[in-house]
Design a protein around this ligand. Structure first.
Ligand SMILES: [Zn+2]
Length: 148
């Protein structure tokens, strides 16, 4: 299970294992009153040449493993939400992607956003994909996820 928290990636990189993560007050799955430290997991994020150490906790009651993750990023995405939105908005407004080494990742984002919009907001959605992005986000969906 992932708990999204407000943290700065720069601080995590600089402080590594010394970074102070906020401990969840209880297990998000079973509400057990305490979770135990469960080490770290490495995750790659855009803009950093080393993996970042994300804190994990484990519930002694139900065994749930909880990973703390920056709320600036969707689950399973290396790019921040802001970067994804920026790239999509540039493409949709100008017809061109911003300069980058490879555009394949960005094309996946656009294709997935169209898929998510069609699945959750129907074919008749006429407010544009960027509004759909915000709306999907507001109802708890990852707008560029490949899975519906
Ligand atoms: Zn639990």
């Amino acid at each position: 299970m992932i708990i999204f928290v407000s943290v700065l990636l720069k601080d995590i990189v600089e402080q590594q294992r010394d970074f102070v993560w906020e401990r969840p007050p209880c297990c998000p799955r079973c509400d057990h009153y305490k979770v135990w430290s469960h080490g770290f997991t490495e995750r790659i994020f855009d803009g950093f040449n080393i993996p970042l150490l994300l804190k994990c906790y484990r519930c002694p009651y139900c065994g749930c493993v909880i990973t703390m993750r920056p709320n600036t990023h969707f689950s399973r995405f290396q790019s921040s939400k802001d970067k994804i939105f920026f790239f999509l908005s540039e493409r949709l407004k100008t017809g061109r992607w911003p300069p980058a080494q490879s555009h394949s990742r960005y094309r996946h984002w656009l294709r997935n956003l169209k898929k998510q919009t069609k699945a959750h907001l129907t074919d008749r959605w006429d407010k544009g994909l960027l509004v759909a992005f915000d709306y999907l986000l507001s109802i708890g969906h990852t707008p560029v996820s490949s899975s519906i």
